[in-house]
Design a binder for this molecule. Sequence first.
Ligand SMILES: Nc1ncnc2c1ncn2[C@@H]1O[C@H](COP(=O)(O)OP(=O)(O)OP(=O)(O)O)[C@@H](O)[C@H]1O
Ligand SMILES: [Mg+2]
Length: 212
Amino acid sequence: MIVALLNQKGGVGKTTLALHLAGQWAQSGRRVMLIDADPQGSALDWAEQRAAEGLPRQFSVIGLARDTLHQEAPALARDVDHVIIDGPPRVAGLLRSALLAADLILIPVQPSPLDGWASAEMLALLDQARIFKPAITARFLLNRYPARTIIARATAESLEAHDPPLLPEHVGQRVIFAEAMRTGRLASELDEDGIAAREVAALADAIERLAP
Ligand SMILES: Nc1ncnc2c1ncn2[C@@H]1O[C@H](COP(=O)(O)OP(=O)(O)OP(=O)(O)O)[C@@H](O)[C@H]1O
Ligand SMILES: [Mg+2]
């Protein structure tokens, strides 16, 4: 399966979630490749940091921030169980290519009272991609979900009747994710049985069940 985390909105958790899904699947024995399609290379930075600390490599991370991604991805996917694409912010050509490369699109969104949860441009690009590839499966994925707040509930409600649908599994607002990003680790390596690790595991299972 090729799954892409895409949203033109920056800072919604694309890289954090891509790395954690990759790590979770690798830990359960899948062969995983993460494609960093962001010219900023944050996932590559994480892998470098990890290597510098002498931590074991669980999955490969390659940089492929070019708009031929959809042509190259199938060959890369041949040798692994899952390819995860960490999407670029703002660059429409790259985003279009990532959309066409993937079987499953996850659109991370943060509960937000003001500026909405999705990038309208992102949804327009998804519609365009469906002209060429009608079978694309897509889901919104709530990240940084604060427990029991009105904003979170309102966001979930506003997404309920939406296309693409909202994935029922969400990821909470937890400092451990920021620490993981900073230290080249995964939340499960910092706190094996913590809530963050359990949320990631539940999410990874749910996504595999969606596999087209
Ligand atoms: N669930 C979470 N809880 C707490 N912090 C989070 C969570 N998810 C992401 N963050 C933090 O939010 C920031 C942005 O996350 P991330 O870099 O994954 O987003 P992104 O969508 O990849 O951003 P960009 O568009 O710049 O590539 C990071 O500092 C990250 O540590
Ligand atoms: Mg990123």
